[in-house]
Design a protein around this ligand. Structure first.
Ligand code: NI
Length: 184
């Protein structure tokens, strides 16, 4: 089932999400399936459960639509349940980020270049995996959502000032997106 995406300004996007109960596989699989459908119909490359109003530690990253820009993402798709960052590099890098909850805003964000994450995959198997380049960035962006953080929080102050008005508009519902959105 396709779900509406909560916009910047919604409370659910600011609350740390709770661990998913992996004993209830049926419930998690249903959530993942709804999130996949929602992400695909919004043409996004990542979605975290709080963005569909569910405060649970589940995220999806899907780079397959970015193949033209980043060919190595051709087959890159991951479902992560209860992900935990166990290592991150001291080296940082900058990438421009956007977010389905913040339509129309893109901004450079600096984050660690590489991370190692432990998580449960969609088949309920434990995985430990390292990420780098834009794949790493996609995962980091979604991980933030599970802690109630958003990429605009990490934007340099001067750029933040430039987008402040747009953010206020989004939080007041003055925004248009090609997918269904809502506020809580
Ligand atoms: Ni996002």
């Amino acid at each position: 089932m396709k779900l509406p995406i909560y916009l910047y300004g919604s409370k659910v996007l600011r609350e740390p999400a709770q661990a998913a109960d992996v004993a209830d596989r049926e419930k998690i699989s249903a959530l993942v399936s709804d999130m996949e459908e929602t992400l695909a119909s919004a043409d996004g490359c990542g979605l975290a459960a709080p963005q569909v109003g569910v405060p649970t530690r589940v995220l999806i990253v899907d780079g397959r639509g970015l193949e033209d820009v980043y060919p190595y993402l051709k087959d890159f798709k991951r479902v992560m349940i209860n992900p935990v960052v166990v290592e991150e590099s001291k080296e940082t890098c900058d990438y421009s980020e956007g977010c389905l909850s913040v339509p129309g805003i893109y901004a450079e964000v600096r984050r660690p270049e590489k991370i190692k994450v432990e998580y449960i995959n969609a088949d309920f198997e434990p995985v430990a995996e390292e990420f780098d380049k834009f794949a790493c960035r996609m995962v980091q962006h979604e991980l933030d959502h599970l802690d109630g953080k958003m990429f605009v929080d990490r934007v340099a102050p001067i750029r933040r000032k430039m987008i402040a008005k747009k953010l206020t508009n989004i939080s007041h519902g003055k925004v248009s997106a090609h997918y269904k959105t809502k506020h809580d």
